[in-house]
Write a protein that binds this ligand. Structure first.
Ligand code: NI
Ligand code: MN
Length: 237
């Protein structure tokens, strides 16, 4: 699997003909993104929760490409209301299967709000509480990636990784809206992935943090190796 980091919490996971875009948040909405919404061509789009820094470009990309979307049922209904038809609507614990693999929704401790319209995902309409956020355990081409979504630290990260051993964990480290880099070290220990990639940091001032310090803490205290990706960079897993 090729893991391409598009800045913040946005990734493209590719294997064979599958190009799976997670949490579409692209230029100019995402100040860290190396590409715009017009410059991606996913076959599938997966969404962790309704905050604009995770869904801002979901509808426009899905409409242009016809990509099949997966999101928790309340977000899926919103995608349908925006005119998208190829949408799967699992809830927590549910797994959706594709010819390239599967995605399972797991819990995340955070909030979730309804985006504004597709055209104005950051509008004043945002802030309407909508259902629960999720994490995503994603298998593409036989490699398992756990995108934690936005979450604080919780001990069942260990249970989730016991149920499905994780090759690559995408762990938020920015603090303020999610766990910080110190709690993220404990998260890495609980999950026990071969590789950890830090996400959700340095995009905005409140989530600035030291990814190199996180890397050295994880690598001295756990068996995981940390790969720090610059936006636009790829990692082969
Ligand atoms: Ni969020
Ligand atoms: Mn976020």
């Amino acid at each position: 699997m090729e893991i391409r980091f598009l800045g913040h919490a946005c990734f493209e996971l590719s294997a064979g003909d599958a190009r799976v875009l997670v949490d579409p948040f692209l230029a100019p909405h995402n100040p860290a993104a190396p590409v715009s919404a017009e410059e991606v061509d996913p076959t599938h789009i997966l969404i962790t929760h309704g905050h604009a820094d995770h869904v801002a470009d979901a509808v426009s990309v899905a409409k242009r490409t016809g990509a099949h979307c997966v999101a928790i049922v309340e977000i899926a209904s919103w995608l349908n209301a925006q005119g998208l038809e190829a949408v799967s609507d699992p809830n927590l614990g549910g797994t959706v299967e594709f010819d390239w693999g599967w995605v399972k929704l797991v819990q995340a401790f955070h909030t979730s709000t309804l985006p504004g319209s597709a055209e104005t995902p950051f509008s004043a309409e945002t802030g309407v509480v909508i259902g629960m956020p999720s994490g995503l355990v994603i298998n593409v081409g036989g490699t398992t990636v756990y995108h934690l979504g936005d979450t604080c630290l919780f001990s069942d990260l260990k249970l989730i990784a016991e149920r499905t051993p994780v090759d690559v964990a995408l762990i938020p480290i920015g603090g303020h809206y999610t766990m910080d880099r110190h709690d993220a070290v404990v998260a890495a220990e609980l999950i026990g992935a071969g590789t950890v990639i830090p996400i959700h940091y340095n995009t905005f001032p409140p989530i600035e943090t030291d990814a190199e310090a996180f890397k050295s803490d994880v690598e001295s205290k756990t068996g995981s190796k940390v790969v720090i990706l610059e936006p636009g960079a790829t990692h082969e897993a």
